[in-house]
Design a protein. Structure first.
Length: 278
């Protein structure tokens, strides 16, 4: 009797994380079927998947029909989705939700669009149709930040002080659902991430701190639902930090993803940036 090949569904936002998950799952023997969110997914992603279909962000009914067609029992949601569209006065026209998406909006999300609320609403819709949303890091545990120094560049005494100063502030920031990152130097908070994202925070911190040598701190809340988009950094982050004068990156151990961990470590070593898992 032929063995049944396990199948993983991916609901893919932007960045390279969906491709990383797809490759890891396929290497583990999974058949990978992907719903790529329109204007979000990486153009290389379809080539990493056994099945792929591009679907609008708010067409929840279409997501579900595809996942059922592919006989998906478990799925992950990975990759970010730009939040600024939610503040566009023409968002309904731009998103063009289907009937199920509209119903979800008016019943669950019209007055509360926090990430946790959106995730719970989508997970409930999927579960009603027999699709379980699982921990988005299930297939990429090896790419999570580990505790201690990651790479060959050790933090300076000042950077260690900045981490000790900034980490409690960051913990409060993420608990309040403001953002996942802050930038600090010598006991001053240079910038706090909000809806604009980490790249904009890095640029702003570099503009505000001409002396360079500041520290980027990034993590998820202690109660972060790992089915949701998990904080991450990649080689682009290292390049942005280098250009902006960041000297150290502190990451929440086991809750921040290094997008292609070996490549990120190599880039940080070359740039002389220390990466620390806290």
């Amino acid at each position: 009797m032929a063995s049944h090949q396990p199948t993983l569904g991916i609901i893919a936002g932007n960045g390279i994380l969906p491709s990383l998950v797809a490759r890891s799952a396929k290497a583990a023997g999974y058949r990978v079927c992907c719903v790529g969110l329109r204007n979000q997914f990486d153009p290389d992603l379809p080539h990493e998947c056994d099945e792929f279909s591009e679907v609008g962000i708010a067409k929840i009914g279409r997501w579900i029909r595809l996942l059922k067609k592919w006989n998906i029992d478990e799925a992950v949601m990975v990759g970010g989705v730009g939040k600024t569209i939610m503040h566009d006065p023409f968002r309904i026209l731009r998103l063009m939700p289907d009937v199920r998406g509209l119903r979800l909006w008016y019943r669950r999300l019209r007055h509360d669009r926090r990430d946790a609320t959106v995730l719970a609403a989508i997970a409930d819709e999927l579960q009603r149709e027999g699709v379980t949303l699982i921990d988005s890091t299930t297939h990429i545990k090896e790419h999570l930040a580990s505790e201690g120094t990651i790479g060959t560049v050790a933090p300076t005494a000042q950077q260690k002080n900045d981490i000790a100063f900034g980490w409690p502030l960051l913990s409060d920031t993420v608990a309040l659902h403001i953002g996942q990152s802050i930038a600090v130097r010598e006991g001053d908070v240079l910038a706090v991430e909000a809806i604009e994202g980490t790249a904009a925070l890095i640029q702003r911190a570099g503009e505000l701190c001409k002396r360079k040598g500041w520290t980027l701190l990034k993590t998820a809340a202690t109660d972060h639902d790992m089915r949701a988009d998990v904080p991450s950094i990649g080689t682009e982050t290292i390049a942005q930090c280098t250009a902006a004068g960041c000297g150290c990156i502190a990451l929440g151990a086991n809750n921040v993803i290094l997008l292609d961990k070996p490549a990120v470590i190599d880039a940080a070593n070359i740039a002389g940036i220390s990466i620390i898992g806290v």
